[in-house]
Design a protein around this ligand. Structure first.
Ligand code: KG4
Ligand code: ZN
Length: 368
């Protein structure tokens, strides 16, 4: 796995980046070499702990990061046969995310960088998702449209180049992953239920549909809380008809109708985004990247690839383990920044005095 980039620098083989992700309930650690690409990564999810409460409990997530980060880092270094003295750069997720959870990764990353006397990059989590497809052999190229569909965010981002981002529209309420998880909970599935809902949806054959939200008005903003309520109303109407719990088939039908509506909404909005980019920037796009946890959804991938493939637009995504939160995407974002800094300034430019962690951090603000 090597990054296809127009940048060329000497001594890339000597660059070893150690990266940390701790924005929510996954502790991720990764090692990335400037010539060989990803050397390895490890993720531990505390989702099972949160499942008892039906959603992420921030304090428990923070405590679990403290427990995991050291162990994962030691194991990873051992597996890659590297010593801490071989690390030349550290990258960590600085936001957006849960502040307590972010602080664990930030403190560990910064302390290690201080002890080793090496630079440290504060990386935007959303940018990590956006660049995750660059971990694959068949890599995207700029300009591209990023469709970011995660548990905390849903956004359409026009990426003219690395660090030239424009958010074209985003969720006004529940992010799409959040809507998957809440609807899954209504269907009795454990947290985080997005993947389980989509597995249940495979058996669904609904003779009803839900309205695709915010598609009857112009623009690229999204809203999924109403869709969750529509699913709840359908569940309640089944219950009031039979005075009993839903059958598996009824649950599968609701799941399938929900998933169909999400797919339809993204088809309509992505078509719009492509057209908007053509009008505003005079660019005929040939690349779309689908990123974030929900980009692991099979139906979304297949239907969008069919829809846009026929228009000669490549739809790219990362393998499922790099769609959900992980350290490898933070490592590749760190490598992009390193290449950029070396080319533009001839040295690493850290942002340590201005950024330690940020609960909110828009991609727009990264633009150079
Ligand atoms: O990107 P991510 O790991 O976390 C955030 O940064 O928010 O995304 C997690 C979200 C969860 O809501 C999870 O249910 C959803 O991604 N997800 C899926 C699938 N796999 C993960 N949703 C639908 N279908 C899937 N296959
Ligand atoms: Zn994420």
């Amino acid at each position: 796995m090597k990054l296809a980039t127009s940048f060329t620098l000497n001594n890339l083989a000597e660059i070893n980046i150690l990266a940390f992700e701790s924005s929510c309930d996954e502790t991720g650690v990764a090692l990335y070499n400037g010539e060989k690409g990803l050397l390895g990564h490890k993720v531990f999810s505390s989702a099972d702990l949160h499942a008892l409460y039906g959603g992420v409990v921030p304090e428990l997530a923070s405590r679990d990061h403290i427990k995991r980060v050291e162990v994962l880092t030691t194991d990873l270094l051992k597996q890659a046969q590297l010593k801490t003295s071989d690390i030349t750069l550290i990258a960590y997720t600085a936001g957006p995310g849960l502040v307590g959870a972010l602080l664990v990764g930030a403190t560990y990353a910064r302390s290690l960088a201080f002890a080793l006397n090496i630079p440290v990059y504060a990386i935007n989590h959303l940018e990590g998702h956006l660049l995750a497809p660059f971990l694959e052999n068949e890599q995207p190229s700029f300009p591209l449209l990023a469709v970011l569909v995660s548990g905390g965010h849903s956004q359409f981002v026009y990426c003219k180049d690395y660090h030239s981002y424009k958010v074209l529209g985003q969720s006004l309420d529940d992010a799409v992953g959040e809507a998957f998880d809440k609807t899954a909970k209504l269907l009795g599935l454990p947290y985080p239920g997005g993947k389980l809902l989509s597995e249940l949806a495979e058996q669904g054959e609904p003779d009803f549909s839900f309205k695709a939200p915010m598609t009857d008005r112009p623009g690229l903003d999204l809203s999924f809380s109403g869709l969750k309520t529509a699913a709840l109303n359908k569940i309640n109407s089944y219950k009031s008809e039979t005075k009993q719990e839903l059958t598996i088939q009824e649950k599968a039908d609701v799941a399938r109708a929900f998933e169909n509506t999400v797919v339809k909404t993204f088809k309509i909005k992505i078509r719009r985004a492509v057209e908007q980019i053509k009008q505003e920037y005079n660019i005929k796009l040939s690349e779309i990247v689908l990123v974030g946890g929900v980009s692991a959804n099979k139906r979304l991938r297949i239907e969008l690839a069919n829809e846009f493939g026929s228009q000669k637009i490549n739809l790219r995504y990362a393998r499922p383990e790099f769609c959900v939160d992980n350290g490898a995407m933070i490592a590749v974002a760190g490598f992009f920044k390193y290449l950029h800094d070396m080319q533009k300034y001839g040295e690493v430019k850290t942002n340590e005095l201005t950024t330690i962690v940020k609960a909110r951090w828009s991609l727009d603000s990264l633009s150079l």
